[in-house]
Write a protein that binds this ligand. Structure first.
Ligand code: VTB
Length: 316
C-alpha cells in the first residue's frame, strides 16, 4: 500500500507552519515570548483545523490541563482524510524570536497514526550526526573524546576539523570542556536544538555533530527531519524527579532508561516542515516589505524523499 504521506499532503500541511511563522514574526524583537508563542499557536491551530485530515497532536503545547490549545491528544482537521500523528512546535525558540536572534522556527512533523513517539515534556540526552557515516559511528554512551575521535576518523580529518553544536547552558560545562580538550570546535547556540541537530546535515554550517540535553519533544521533531534527509540520532529521557517520572509514565513510556534510535522515535514515514521566523543558517525569516509578506519554508518527506523549499510572497 502506498503511504498516506504524499507530497500534496505535505504541501497542504505546510500552511500551518507558514501561518504560524507569519503570526509570530509580527512580534519578533518585542521582548514578549508569550505573545509571540500564542500568536504562533493560534495561527497553527486554525490552519490545521482547515485541513482535510484526522490529526491527533502527540507532541504539542503541553498536557490538556495546562494548554488550552494544541494540547497533547487534541484532534485537529476537518475530521475527514488520513489519520495522522502530529508533532508541533509553533514557535521553536520563543526567546530567539523575542530577542530577534537567528533560527527561530515554526515547526511541524506528521506521520501515519502511531508513527511518532509521544515524548513527555522532559529533557532528553541527545547525540546526532548527519548522513554518510556507518551506523553507530557515534554513541550516546561513549565518551565525548571517543565520539570526536570516531567521527574525525570516519570523516577523514583531524579532530580539530570536527564541529560540534551544543546548547549554551551551565549544565553542559563538562561536555564543552571535554569537546575542546578532544580538539573539536564548539558551536554554542542560545536556543533551538531542532535547528542545532539539522545543522549536522548541512556541511556549510561547519557542524558535524550535535550533543547535549534539550527538550524530548524537540528530539522527536529533530529525528523526523533526519529521517527524511539521513543522519543518525540517539536519545534517552532525563528523568530528574517524581513529577517528570509521572509525566513520562502518563505519556505511555514503560522503560524510562531506554535508549532511542531514530527509528524508535519516528517509526516509519514522516514529513518535517519548518518555516523561518527569524532568518538564520537554515532558512530566511519572515519579511514584510512592499505590502507583502515573504516566507521561506523547508519541506522534507521521508516517504517520497522529496526535499522542497517554498518561498511565498503573499499580500499582507
Ligand atoms: C530546549 C531545546 C529547545 O529550549 O527545550 C530548550 O530543546 C530549553 O532548555 O530547542 P533550558 O530549559 O535549558 O532553557 C529550546 O532551546 C527552545 O525551545
Amino acid at each position: 500500500m502506498s503511504s498516506v504521506i504524499t507530497d500534496d499532503l505535505a504541501l497542504a500541511v505546510a500552511r500551518a507552519p507558514i501561518n504560524a511563522a507569519i503570526a509570530a514574526a509580527r512580534l519578533v524583537g518585542r521582548g514578549d515570548e508569550r505573545a509571540a508563542d500564542q500568536a504562533a499557536v493560534d495561527a497553527m491551530r486554525a490552519s490545521l483545523n482547515a485541513l482535510a485530515i484526522r490529526g491527533r497532536v502527540v507532541i504539542g503545547e503541553g498536557e490538556r490541563d495546562e494548554a488550552p490549545m494544541l494540547y497533547v491528544g487534541e484532534t485537529v482537521g476537518v475530521g475527514k482524510g488520513p489519520e495522522l500523528d502530529i508533532a508541533l512546535d509553533p514557535l521553536e525558540g520563543t526567546t530567539l524570536a523575542a530577542k530577534a536572534k537567528p533560527n527561530a522556527l515554526a515547526v511541524i512533523a506528521i506521520a501515519p497514526k502511531g508513527g511518532l513517539l509521544h515524548a513527555p515534556d522532559t529533557y532528553m540526552d541527545k547525540i546526532a550526526v548527519g548522513p554518510g557515516y556507518a551506523d553507530g559511528v557515534v554513541d550516546l554512551d561513549a565518551s565525548i573524546e571517543d565520539n570526536v575521535k570516531a567521527l574525525a576518523k570516519a570523516k577523514g580529518v583531524s579532530a580539530e576539523e570536527v564541529g560540534v553544536c551544543v546548547l549554551d547552558r551551565p549544565r553542559h560545562g563538562a561536555i564543552i570542556e571535554a569537546l575542546r580538550s578532544a580538539g573539536a570546535r564548539v558551536h554554542l547556540i542560545g536556543d533551538g536544538d531542532i535547528a542545532g541537530v539539522i545543522h549536522c546535515t548541512k556541511p556549510e554550517t561547519g557542524i558535524d555533530m550535535y550533543v547535549g540535553s534539550g527538550g524530548a519533544p524537540e528530539g522527536v521533531l529533530a529525528a523526523a527531519a533526519l529521517k527524511c534527509v539521513g543522519g543518525q540520532f540517539q536519545g534517552r529521557l532525563v528523568i530528574r524527579n517524581e513529577e517528570e517520572r509521572a509525566r513520562a509514565v502518563q505519556a505511555g513510556i514503560e522503560d524510562l532508561k531506554r535508549r532511542y534510535d531514530l527509528n524508535d522515535l519516528v517509526l516509519g514515514d514522516a514529513v518535517f516542515i519548518a518555516t523561518g521566523v527569524t532568518g538564520g543558517s537554515l532558512l530566511d525569516g519572515v519579511r514584510f516589505a512592499g505590502g507583502a509578506v515573504h516566507s521561506h519554508t523547508l519541506i522534507l518527506n521521508a516517504a517520497t524523499k522529496a526535499i522542497s523549499e517554498l518561498r511565498i510572497r503573499q499580500p499582507v
